[in-house]
Design a protein around this ligand. Structure first.
Ligand code: ASP
Ligand code: MG
Length: 420
């Protein structure tokens, strides 16, 4: 069996849903397919706005109405008005969402975030399920929160693999053997006491890989609006090239550095069970795309990756002693407690610097905690560029005219932080 993952762009409107149906009909067989779908279009961003407004006691009703209209307008293009069930189903989900928004409590931000933001995927999977059924495909809807079991690390649930595999193995092979196409949600999971968790933004790829792993799928395909895995994001860099095939290792590293094409956690479960991952264009399903798997290859074309909105933080010792392992251990401990992820780090005689995604709340806590021990300086609004498999020309071209604040080079990778 195989796993298809459809992201937000592939279900952004009614035409996109029709295209998904076309792909399902032509590139899979009922009984051998599980579909993971993300929230439609930019729904997750909209839900984040609604949630933060609601949480801050600001007026969110208009945004919520807009989101509801969006879903109903897609639905009314896909379904005739007498298909009451789907409209009722959407009404129910929106009523439930509204109720939860009205009952937010001041703290527990991250926990409540997960309960609210997960509606995007519930709505999308409901739409897709009903739509495939009206098109006479044997779709069944699966609540993945009952299968993907996580701890309660809100917004980044850690998967309990043993439980998850057990639950999936208990039910899904039988559902498939009855000739069904399973439609389920990306991005979300559930705790043992029935709370919803999310797996981290853009986490639907990871969800698909979890199902692939637990079902020992033959292959998994991520359907995207690009021709495959490219050496750079074509929206940012000119003259991109597609890798026809690439190893798990290379892909993991690219994802780690911030290549937005695949969620970083996706590759490990697939590599563990040697399940090949195909990245294909939903706009041109006949084209070859990229195969990610076990494959030896020569040196690859340089890959260019950009992370925006970076913050460079330097911790200096206060008394002209050197930065010691003890100092580093203190800093790392606090970073880990605050869940601040290091994208790049460098040590010098009297200071230690890190580049991280900019998060004002976490930064403030970090400074508060370490202010007594270190002289802390930071810059924000930076960009972090990575060139994997660099050559001198690629470095020359990319750094030209940029004000570099920090740079680093290993055998295969060149990185620098600069002003945006
Ligand atoms: N809808 C979620 C997000 O936008 C998950 C995903 O798209 O993978 O982050
Ligand atoms: Mg998305």
């Amino acid at each position: 069996m195989q796993i298809f993952k459809f992201g937000g762009a592939s279900v952004k409107d009614a035409a996109a849903f029709r295209n998904v149906r076309f792909i399902v009909q032509n590139y899979s067989v009922p009984g051998e397919l599980l579909i993971v779908v993300s929230a439609i279009g930019k729904t997750t961003n909209a839900l984040e706005t609604i949630f933060s407004k609601a949480h801050g006691n600001l007026i969110y009703e208009e945004d919520l109405l807009k989101l509801k209209d969006y879903h109903f307008s897609v639905a009314s293009e896909l379904f005739s008005q007498n298909e009451n069930r789907v409209f009722q189903h959407l009404e129910l989900l929106f009523a439930n969402l509204q109720e939860q928004l009205q009952n937010l409590v001041p703290d527990k931000f991250d926990q409540q975030y997960d309960q609210i933001i997960s509606f995007g995927e519930l709505l999308a999977s409901t739409l897709l399920h009903h739509y495939l059924k009206t098109e006479n495909l044997p779709a069944v809807w699966l609540d993945c929160r009952k299968y993907i079991q996580t701890d309660s690390t809100w917004r980044e649930g850690k998967v309990d693999w043993t439980w998850t595999e057990k639950l999936i193995q208990r039910d899904l092979p039988e559902m498939l053997s009855n000739g069904n196409i399973i439609v389920t949600q990306g991005f979300i999971g559930g705790t043992s006491n029935g709370q919803t968790t999310t797996l981290g933004r853009e986490g639907s790829d990871y969800s698909a890989a979890i199902f692939a792993y637990c079902l020992r799928a033959e292959k998994m395909t991520i359907w995207k609006d690009v021709a495959g895995l490219l050496n750079a994001d074509p929206k940012i860099f000119p003259n991109t090239v597609r890798y026809p095939q690439i190893s798990y290792q290379e892909t993991i590293e690219m994802a780690y550095y911030g290549a937005s094409v695949i969620h970083p956690k996706t590759i490990k479960p697939l590599a563990d069970r040697q399940i090949p991952l195909f990245v294909k264009s939903f706009l041109d399903p006949e084209s070859e795309g990229t195969r990610i798997g076990i494959c030896p290859h020569e040196k690859l074309a340089p890959a260019f990756i950009l992370k925006q909105n970076q913050c460079l933080i330097s911790f200096g010792v206060k008394d002209f002693s050197f930065i010691s392992e003890q100092n580093l251990s203190t800093i790392f401990h606090v970073l880990s407690e605050l869940r601040i992820k290091i994208n790049l780090m460098q040590n010098s005689a009297i200071s230690f610097s890190i580049c991280t995604d900019y998060d004002p709340t976490r930064l403030e806590k970090l400074i508060e905690t370490l202010r007594d021990q270190f002289q802390i300086q930071y810059n924000i609004s930076l960009q972090l560029f990575t060139i994997k498999n660099y050559d001198s020309e690629s470095i020359r071209n990319l750094t030209a005219g940029k004000e570099i604040l920090l740079e680093q080079r290993t055998r295969n990778t060149y990185q620098f932080a600069c002003r945006a």
